[in-house]
Write a protein that binds this ligand. Structure first.
Ligand code: G4F
Length: 350
């Protein structure tokens, strides 16, 4: 056990909530930055961390405001800072590239600048993304693969990555970036394709919906479980030297296959319910992503514990539980059984 103090930006999100749990389990004192509006509306904004609220320390600050970040960092001696907050929905970044760039690039810069000024010894983690590889220059993608981002989001993450590397090289700070491939779970936002599919499949099974409209079913992604990926973030910050690491499962599967598997768990055929809708296509698509995490496996000793099937089962199971509960549906009397759990769920609360 440790007595270290860590700061997490984006603590209310999927990754932030899993990371907070992980750090608490290691004995960390966990602090998080949240927007003031979130503090004023905890029931709606803190669903993923509701079960942690008496164990963590939350501070109001905004990534758009350097003084607010400076103020939080000036008040505590953080040993580690995990920068997860971002506008992270790729499709939205095409709608509003300006705010995506502002939050993702300037927010990262403000944090790094405040740490350099106040706590240069604090170790810093930047949440890089496989979207930085975009139109991939080689397969599988690894740390040395050139970037070719295909969205304002991807471009903002390349800039954040370069800022992080520059603070490491220019000021000798311990700054590390994770190049994380898609990571999902039952706490995933409903706008992302995996949760959109599992939630829709469950709603269709329960008679609450009749179809789900999706975009490019042939896009392929390297999907892992967020609970596995946050362990890699922590491992990066406890190494002797800072570096960048790809974190991925090493497998790629299509959106179509994800649909097929999710619906099949509920004894449904996705072809009867999935409607392709042009509005969910992106102006520029990242067609195929697959990561090579050999460096993380070798240097960090990291490996994923979930298979894709176990991930989908957990997501379907949790959606079934929550959607049925919210709609007063008794699964047993409706003759609907939970999908067999081939793996103990990492889902807690939320
Ligand atoms: O689930 P997605 O929206 O995730 P995407 O764009 O790969 O980005 C996610 O993973 C990145 C890597 O870790 C993160 F950096 C990023 O912040 C985010 O977490 O879309 C996945 C694929 C895309 O090819 C998209 O075109 O699914 C395709 N898709 C097809 N129909 C759809 C839909 N995506 C969404 N969101 N909604 C659809 O209806």
């Amino acid at each position: 056990m440790t007595s270290k103090r860590a700061l997490i930006t984006g603590i209310t999100g999927q990754d932030g909530s899993y990371l907070a749990e992980h750090l608490l389990s290691l004995g960390y004192e966990v602090h998080g930055i949240v927007r003031r509006v979130a503090l004023e509306d905890p029931e709606r904004r803190f669903t993923r961390i509701a079960h942690l609220l008496d164990k963590i320390n939350l501070h109001a600050a905004s990534l758009e405001s350097y003084p607010s970040i400076f103020s939080v960092i000036s008040r505590f001696e953080f040993e580690e800072c995990y920068h997860l907050a971002a506008q992270s929905f790729v499709a939205e970044s095409f709608q509003d590239g300006f705010s995506t760039m502002n939050i993702n690039i300037n927010g990262t810069h403000y944090l790094l600048a405040a740490l350099k000024e106040l706590l240069p010894g604090c170790r810093f983690y930047f949440a890089g993304s496989s979207e930085m590889f975009g139109k991939v220059q080689e397969t599988p993608q690894k740390e040395t693969t050139p970037f070719h981002p295909r969205s304002p989001y991807g471009i903002s993450k390349v800039a954040g990555f370069e800022l992080t590397r520059n603070y490491r090289e220019a000021y000798g700070m311990f700054c590390a970036s994770g190049l994380l491939f898609n990571h999902e779970g039952p706490r995933r936002g409903f706008e992302f394709v995996t949760r959109k599919i599992t939630n829709a499949a469950v709603r269709i099974k329960l008679g609450l919906a009749t179809e789900v409209r999706l975009g490019n079913l042939d896009a392929t992604r390297d999907w892992g479980h967020a609970a596995d990926y946050v362990r890699a973030m922590h491992l990066m910050l406890v190494q002797p030297t800072p570096d960048d690491y790809v974190v991925a499962s090493g497998e790629t599967h299509s959106v179509r296959e994800f649909c097929e598997r999710a619906f099949a768990i509920l004894d449904l055929d996705y072809q009867d319910f999935v409607v392709v809708d042009d509005q969910f296509y992106r102006p520029a698509e990242v067609d195929v992503l697959v990561g090579d995490a050999s460096k993380a496996r070798k240097v960090l000793g990291w490996k994923p514990t979930y298979t894709l099937q176990e991930l989908i089962e957990e997501m379907v199971r949790e959606d079934l539980r929550t959607v049925a509960g919210a709609n007063g549906i008794n699964l047993e009397s409706s003759g609907i059984s939970y999908p067999e759990a081939s793996k103990a769920s990492s889902y807690i609360g939320g």
